[in-house]
Design a protein around this ligand. Structure first.
Ligand code: ADP
Length: 494
């Protein structure tokens, strides 16, 4: 028979694992945090109801008990006072003292003589009957050293007694012992307690059942939400939570989650579109470069004409790719938050002058005119503002035939400053004027192909304008020209 020998270390491991397991189990059994929300709510709800019922029951029983005890004490006091008044007028001790008007119902009276012997008793069969009494005996033996109690003896649940001493005309002393056993009251309190316990239990059961029903009903939509969200994946962003007609917090939550999903789906689609457009844009120059490299490989090495043509084409395509990658990276690198970090005061005329000098130096095929250059201070990020104006100037140069004119101006209005870049170029059709600000949008790919545009310039400009609190406007007429306007708020001097 195979024998299993445990190495000491293995035994220790198992012991530790066991301990850990037991600890986890203990933790699982005792931790309310692990209970489902539904059970937790029912538990909380029932505990609150139970506590309220318990407190109300305790208050009820206590107040009933004290009210009854007070009433019994009053009975005893009143009976004692009426009886002594009666005896003081009647002047002698006999059984007429038991008349109804003297004693309240359930109050018994036992009369002892000066030697402590029971002489008259109105209820000989009553349980209260006592042939001798400790207090009376003490009073007889010790006199003033241990006098009769002056207040009611006993508690609300046991026998209550009240003592009086009375002497007749012959100085014969009598001890009057008024007693009351709270049988009925105790019975009533015990019945009341039982009824209250029963009603607490019934209420608790009803609370748990109704709580379970209500919680299940109100948490059902949350389960539906959780199920829908679990089913959502990157390639399955289309599912939405079905929203009920009832307007409540869960309805609002479902609507909010659906709106968030709409935004996520839109953003995801945009990103997919961006990736696909960017890959498409990069594919064209790579195809061109590959074509020329193959040409060179086959015939071009010894053909100076083909060699030159290939070098020019490859150079132009790589330049285009460089510009395209720079622009693509712009979206990746920047966001309005990073722009705002570098905000500073900018003198509008100095900025435009710099750009004018730069362009006049580079471009010799157009007439470039600095029409107006007002000075004002704007609070923005200088690098990006320059980049935006460069995009407008670049486009003006690209889409204006040789010999055309480009006007640069900076015009001051009340609280605004307007940069205007106007050209006398081919213009943009009215129906496409809004679309040119979309990423990768080009008016006619054929006409843009010659100019080598990527369709990203104006979308970057729009992004920059937003980040610098500027507004963009476009005015254009086919074959007459285009004016790009960027309006900035002037920084008021403090
Ligand atoms: P691109 O790199 O193609 O120039 P842009 O986003 O800068 O991309 O411009 C989008 C399109 O808007 C261009 O393809 C072009 O057709 C049109 N466009 C922009 N500026 C002008 C302009 N000044 N004159 C005529 N068309 C323009």
């Amino acid at each position: 028979m195979a024998k299993i020998i445990l190495k000491p270390s293995v035994g220790l491991d198992i012991l530790l694992m066991n301990k850990k397991f037991l600890h986890q189990r203990k933790h699982r059994w005792f931790s309310p945090a692990l209970l489902p929300l539904f059970a937790k709510m029912v538990l909380l709800y029932s505990s609150i109801v139970f506590c309220i019922l318990l407190i109300v029951s305790i208050i009820t029983i206590t107040s009933v008990y004290y009210t009854m005890a007070d009433s019994m004490k009053n009975d005893l006091y009143n009976s004692a006072n009426s009886t002594t008044d009666y005896l003081n007028t009647h002047k002698k001790m006999d059984s007429s003292v038991f008349i109804r008007s003297n004693l309240r119902p359930s109050v018994t009276l036992q009369i002892y003589d000066g030697a402590g012997k029971l002489v008259i008793d109105n209820s000989p069969t009553h349980a209260v009957k006592k042939l001798s009494d400790r207090y009376i005996d003490d009073d007889i033996q010790n006199g003033t050293d241990s006098p009769l109690p002056t207040d009611i003896e006993g508690t609300g649940t046991s026998e209550l007694s009240y003592y009086k001493k009375w002497s007749d005309n012959n100085d014969k002393t009598y001890y009057l012992r008024f007693s009351r056993i709270p049988d009925k009251e105790n019975g009533f309190i015990s019945l009341l307690s039982k009824q209250l316990v029963a009603s607490i239990l019934i209420s608790l059961i009803l609370t748990i059942l109704s709580g379970m029903y209500l919680m299940k009903k109100s948490l059902a939509p949350l389960q539906e939400i959780s199920k829908t969200i679990k089913g959502i994946e990157v390639n399955k962003l289309g599912s939405r939570i079905s929203v009920s007609d009832k307007k409540n917090e869960i309805h609002d939550l479902a609507v909010t989650i659906n709106q968030a999903l709409d935004r996520i789906e839109y953003g995801y689609k945009q990103q997919q579109q961006f990736i696909s457009d960017a890959s498409h844009e990069l594919r064209t120059p790579i195809t061109v470069i590959t074509g020329y490299v193959n040409l060179l490989d086959r015939w071009g090495k010894n053909d100076p004409e083909a060699l030159q043509e290939s070098i020019t084409a490859i150079k132009s395509e790589t330049e285009y790719m460089h510009q395209l990658i720079e622009r693509l990276l712009f979206f990746d690198r920047s966001n309005s938050g990073t722009l705002k970090k570098h905000f500073m005061d900018i003198n509008t005329s100095i900025l435009l002058q710099e750009l004018y000098n730069e362009i006049s130096f580079i471009d010799t095929q157009h007439t470039i005119i600095l029409k107006q250059n007002d000075s004002a201070t704007i609070y923005a990020e200088p690098g990006s503002v320059k980049q935006m104006l460069r995009i407008f100037i670049d486009n003006a140069l690209k889409y204006t035939p040789m010999g055309g004119t480009i006007y640069l101006s900076c015009e001051k209005r009340e609280h605004k400053i307007c940069y205007k870049i106007a050209d006398t170029g081919i213009g943009i059709p009215t129906n496409e004027q809004k679309l040119v600000f979309e990423r990768f949008y080009r008016v006619e790919s054929s006409r843009s192909k010659e100019t080598g545009g990527s369709g990203l310039g104006l979308s970057i400009a729009k992004y920059i304008a937003k980040g610098n609190n500027a507004e963009l406007h476009l005015e254009s007429e086919i074959n007459k020209g285009t004016t790009m306007i960027a309006v900035f708020p002037i920084k008021e001097s403090s």
